[in-house]
Write a new protein. Structure first.
Length: 288
């Protein structure tokens, strides 16, 4: 049914006068009379009685008025909801993040949520290689990853991360000697492919060798094992905020110690929510 007719019905019921209701609706009185007649004909119900004291609802009109008001409220809510969806203000954002974005990604999510509270957000800790695949399959809309990714993904670089050598005690021992004394703690390949590749590049560049390697499932476990004196590790500097005060880091140098971190997405699909998120994140990064 045409909601314009219901609007005419409700407005006339509220005003109790054709002239006042027509003025409220910004239409002529004959046009309003025609709309009410059409609605009554459609419903086969007389809605109003016209008398010397104005226009009054019939029993049928009084019965139908609350339902008409309900429909109009629902239509108003629907149009408002549709407007939010059209602007990217409601929906779902699925994002992934890697080790280097351990702190920055949640900050971005918080900023975006403040601007778009109607968007539901998921954030999952995933290696960059896994995120690349999920972005192309549509399982993720945004990934905080090592950049640049391979085509067809687009990206925006955000910051640079670097390797640090994490040891239980800064006693002047060199990196080479630490590797001879303690196992090198590393993530399992399926958990830290990018970090392991970076570690291998650093070792090769500096002609270092780790005779003993111990693998772990997550960074937190590696940090705990270093603190306990079990081993040493090469980790992103960006995750050092989770380290205990007793943990020591040795700075490193060389091209293999640094890499770019950014956000990536698949531009082949239109996604206003994703685009709004990219805009906010790039503004945050550009602001420093």
């Amino acid at each position: 049914m045409n909601t314009r007719l219901l609007k005419a019905f409700v407005t006339l019921a509220q005003e109790g006068n054709y002239a006042a209701a027509a003025n409220q609706l910004s239409i002529s009185q004959p046009a309003l009379t025609k709309q009410i007649s059409l609605l009554e004909s459609t419903l086969n119900v007389t809605l109003f009685d016209r008398g010397r004291h104005g226009t009054a609802l019939t029993p049928g009109g009084r019965r139908l008025l609350p339902e008409a008001e309900k429909v109009l409220r629902q239509m108003t809510a629907f149009m408002q909801h549709a407007g939010q969806v059209e602007k990217g203000g409601e929906g779902l954002l699925a994002a992934g993040f890697g080790l280097s974005a351990f702190t920055f990604a949640p900050q971005c999510i918080a900023r975006f949520r403040a601007a778009y509270p109607g968007v539901d957000i998921t954030l999952e800790d995933l290696p960059s290689a896994v995120q690349y695949d999920m972005l192309q399959s549509g399982e993720l809309q945004i990934g905080f990853v090592r950049v640049p990714p391979a085509a067809p993904l687009s990206y925006h670089a955000l910051f640079e991360d670097e390797l640090v050598f994490v040891v239980p005690d800064d006693n002047g021992t060199t990196v080479a000697d630490w590797l001879k004394q303690k196992p090198l703690l590393r993530l399992y390949p399926d958990r830290g492919r990018g970090l392991n590749t970076q570690t291998d590049r650093f070792l090769d560049e500096n002609q270092l060798y780790a005779p003993c390697v111990q693998q772990s499932e997550d960074i937190q476990t590696i940090v705990a094992l270093v603190v306990a004196g079990v081993g040493v590790a090469l980790l992103p500097k960006s995750v050092m905020h989770i380290a205990s005060p007793g943990l020591k880091t040795l700075p490193l140098s060389g091209k293999a110690t640094r890499w770019q971190v950014g956000i990536a997405w698949d531009p082949r699909s239109a996604d206003l929510i994703r685009d709004n998120f990219v805009r906010i994140v790039t503004e945050m990064a550009d602001a420093g």
